[in-house]
Every structure is written in C-alpha cells, then in structure tokens.
Design a protein around this ligand. Sequence first.
Ligand SMILES: [Zn+2]
Length: 164
Amino acid sequence: MTRINDIDELKPQMKKKVEKLLQLAKENDLKVVVFETYRSQERQNWLYEQGRTRPGRIVTWTKNSRHKQREAVDMVFLDKNGNYTWNGDWNKLIELGEQCGLYNLAPKEKAHFQDNGEALYEIPDWGKPVVEKMKEKGISTPPTEKAGNIPIYQLIKIFEKYFS
Ligand SMILES: [Zn+2]
C-alpha cells in the first residue's frame, strides 16, 4: 500500500499552504519534510486496521480522513543524518502551520496538518436564525469568523443549546 508524499497530489489551495509552511519551517531552522499527502480509501482502510485487526500501533482514528480529499499532510522531521524522526519542535511547527491556515490534530496526531476549507465555515440555513439570536443578545461572533479549530456551525450548536 504505497505512501504518497507528492504535494502535487494535493488540492491547489492546500498545496499553497504546505509550500508556505515548508518555507517558514526553513526560515525557522526546522528540518521537516512532507511524509504523506493524498491517501486512497484503500490505504486509509488498511491504516485503520493497524492496531485493531492487524498488529501495530494505532495510527488513525477515522476511515474518513481529509487525506482522501487531498486536504491533509503528515509532516516528519529529519535528524542530522537525514533520516525520518518524529522527535522535533512540534509546537513551533504547529504554530507556523497556524500562520499558514493549517489546523493540526495535536495531541492525537501532531504530525497531521489539514486545510479545513472555507466551506466548513459557511452557515447552513438552519443555523441562520441562531446567528440572528446571537446578534440580538450581543454575542459578537461574526458568522464568517473562524473560531480556532471549531467550525462556525459547531459554535452555533453550542449557542443554540444555551440560548434557545
Ligand atoms: Zn494525517
């Protein structure tokens, strides 16, 4: 089951973000490379079996990864001999990732960076009345604003719970 690490396999906007991250990492003396980009469903299933029906350490928590949508990468550090190592300044890399609009799945999968995409932050019709209510109550959460790692529609669910 071949691992693909070619950034050309990513969606164009994701590729751009990853290129920016690689550039920033270089400027900050972090020796990192892209370990994996696009993943087929077949490979995702195979990885999911690891640590469950096949021996090994659990490496994924989903069969529906954003790798399949070409919107995720796994990063890895290089040691002084140029070999892969998962020991590195992940906190710094995660911070740089955020500057590029990439969300990290730490602590579960700190090597994993993904593009949540703008679409996730669009408010569905059922959420619009709640946004109105939030405005009435003076809760200043602009509908288009991203709130950390939480898509806006999840935020709406939270507010709906307390203000309905
Ligand atoms: Zn990943």
